[in-house]
Ligand binder design. Sequence first.
Ligand SMILES: [Zn+2]
Length: 349
Amino acid sequence: MSVDILIKCLSTFGAMSGLNINVGKSCLYTAGIHGQELEDILALTNLPVGTMPFQYLGIPLAAEKLKVSSYDSFTNKISTYIGAWSTSSLSYVGRAEFVRAVLQGVECFWLSIFPIPATVTSKIISLCRRFLWGSKKSLVAWNQICLPKHEGGLGFRDIKSWNAALLSKTLCNIHSKKDCLWIKWINEVHLRGSDIWKYKVRKGDSPLLKRLLEIRDTVRGKLQTKDRLWYLQIDRKCPFCALTDESTQHLFFSCRFCREVWDHIRDWLAIRRSMSTLLSSLKWMKKEARGKSWPSRAKRIALATTVYYIWMERNKCIFEGIKPQVESIGFKPLLAHLFSFARSRVCPE
Ligand SMILES: [Zn+2]
């Protein structure tokens, strides 16, 4: 029935636009459909049967977990790019820029779609490392190279973290029920009305969904504030006010030091609502800071950067003994982020 509707839709589209299905370049891929049902579908579509895995828009599609060999086209593409440039024809700076801009650009496409296995990640790092250093032995460890420039690295992205960050976008899409087929399928077939944040992994879930749930558990409530480090003999007091024990809620929202930071941000961006908990702040963001207007974008960036800088200031205070300053968190860093965001929109790399 659904195949019949699909074929009729495509026929109508073809009749109106002139863009018809090219039978010579099309195949029918099925999973778990056999016998008469398959025969009926083949008769209806008039397409030959294809076998999985196959490539679609350069990406392998399979009905089961992808094998490491399925990622060969990905690693081969990186090798081809590298092979086109002999290391001797580029300076060290040129090679570093090539890895950062070109190779990591190629990686972005795959990393935003699949959880990349550790074997493949190691292979890519090895290719990039060899290209960067030429035939020489690596002079600096790769995890140091992946630090931001102001921390002494070259600003390369760490593939594993980057993969998780890009896939977490899919998590947001499932949460917001984005109008796309795969998201609809996950919501209808797997979640069946339940919330992605409360969903418990099941045996038959796809490897991608399982990985997304792992990322969900990593990003949710896993920040190592002192109340979680119960097994360590440490001072548990908040490093900012030293009045109460440090917890996520206190550190980011209840502490008087952070309230002063939030007051600055709210005044500057004319936000009326006070930021009292992470959950209420996220609800506020979803309701009032949605959309593509600059004030909405600025508010969203403000929430994310303020939480980030509070954490950085907390770490500097604990590990480097630097006295916390409201100014280090408030206006200046936020302005820098907004400026950087605006520049990326005006002159995309
Ligand atoms: Zn405090």
